[in-house]
Design a protein around this ligand. Sequence first.
Ligand SMILES: [Zn+2]
Ligand SMILES: [Zn+2]
Length: 360
Amino acid sequence: MSQTPTKCDVGFIWSSSLEKFDFGRRHPIRVGRFQMVRDFLDETQFLEQPNVCVIEPKRMPEDLLSQVHSQTYLDQVKRISETGEGEIDVDTPGFKGIYENASIASGGTVSGVKAILDGRIKHFLSPTGGFHHAMYERGGGFCIFNDVAAAVYMLKSQGVNKILVADFDVHHGNGTQRYFYKDPDVMVISFHLDPEWMYPHDGFIHDIGEGPSRGHNINMHFPMDAGDAVYGFAFDEIVPPLIDWFQPEFILFLPGFDAHYLDRLANMTLTTTMIRYVASEIHDAAHKWASGRLGVLSGGGYHPDAFRWGVGEVMSILSGHPYDAPPQEPPFEDDEETWEIVRSNVSEVKRLVFPELGIE
Ligand SMILES: [Zn+2]
Ligand SMILES: [Zn+2]
């Protein structure tokens, strides 16, 4: 298939004002985290590629924000923002200006979606996007405003009616799941660490959606220290049949940078080889079904090397510019016990979900 040459295929969502997003120097999201990604993309020459451009994030439109969050919650964030006092939740401290900052960090996702719908780009990557824990009436887990939900609402208002959220962040996207649990226009696939002992303690396999959306909410979870081998197996068994059945018109994708073995905020042992594989499959699916329309929201990623390498692999898939992360040695190989649990979880997902959709 020949592709029409365009000036820019891939938008990198960036503004230096994102650097003011700061939960404090002891927090995983601190000043420097986003600038580091920007510097890395400069060093690796991604931003010099003719098909890559920088897109300035705009604040999230207020009407969209009040669709995504309750007025009570928005007022609470405003109060914290004015005084710098108070917190969103125990993991998510407040700071002065948090309202405006969160509005830009999340608004970047909406800016990216708009640029795709306007035909200016095919894909975008937002290093600040992916606030999947935020819910209608409250934020939490480092998330203030749910940009995934905002993007979906925006897309639906523009007549895009089949949206896939492919969430490979190591933590379950409990906020996103909640917004679309009964909405058959949205398929949410989440791969994450076992919710029994990992935040946010939600995202069980048997939560498959409600009413007309049964089978549209897919949770696959992994035991501690699961690595590339079992992850790739689960992906191949579960994801392609679902995408081919759903035939999405737009894909929002969180690559799972915090599932890397160096990232110790959680306990999975992926390498960037698997992150690249997943990104490549999702990118192919976007071209197959959605005219290439793909928005990448970085989500978590708290180890500087793992985060940068992951972004490099994903940008390489999106832009075609070559990049190889350094060789990596995870501390464990998937053992027989890990394989047993994963095989059993995969069977359970398929047993519960596939018949609802009529997938053989
Ligand atoms: Zn995460
Ligand atoms: Zn592409």
